[in-house]
Design a binder for this molecule. Structure first.
Ligand code: SF4
Ligand code: SF4
Length: 133
């Protein structure tokens, strides 16, 4: 276990980051009408037999959406869970099209930034392990 993995999560820092982009991100999160159109343009969603876990909107709501709902009061297992969503389930290819202009990749990027700020990100050996396939 690395020293990063034993460090406490700095929720004050997460809260500060969330607050900085709050207006823009909240607006995007609240504008989604769950039409699923973005899903059709996500190759990961299509390649996984339309598994809802790979829907772009689902990935954002389950990562950034939850971070906002919890107001940044999260623990390491929660961030580890998000890590799986924003790295394994999205490659930031920017192919997802939203007719009302919701920028999914930028939101997933922001969720990654928050995870990374707390030392939560995929390691090289982890990215080739079974759990990431
Ligand atoms: S296309 Fe846009 S509005 Fe429709 S589900 Fe995706 S993000 Fe939400
Ligand atoms: S950026 Fe992520 S959610 Fe959008 S199409 Fe690519 S893999 Fe799918």
């Amino acid at each position: 276990m690395s020293t990063q993995e034993t460090k406490p999560i700095r929720t004050d820092e997460i809260r500060r980051m969330l607050k900085k982009k709050r207006a823009k991100m909240k607006r995007l999160l609240s504008h989604c009408v769950h039409c699923s159109l973005c899903a059709e343009s996500c190759f990961l969603y299509m390649a996984h037999d339309k598994d809802p876990q790979y829907m772009p909107s689902y990935k954002v709501l389950q990562s950034l959406g939850k971070l906002y709902r919890k107001r940044g009061k999260v623990d390491r297992p929660f961030l580890e869970h998000i890590k799986g969503i924003v790295w394994r389930n999205c490659v930031l290819c920017r192919r997802c099209y939203c007719p009302i202009g919701i920028d999914i990749p930028s939101m997933i990027t922001f969720a990654r930034t928050i995870c990374r700020s707390q030392g939560v990100y995929p390691r090289v050996d982890e990215s080739v392990s079974e759990s990431w396939l």
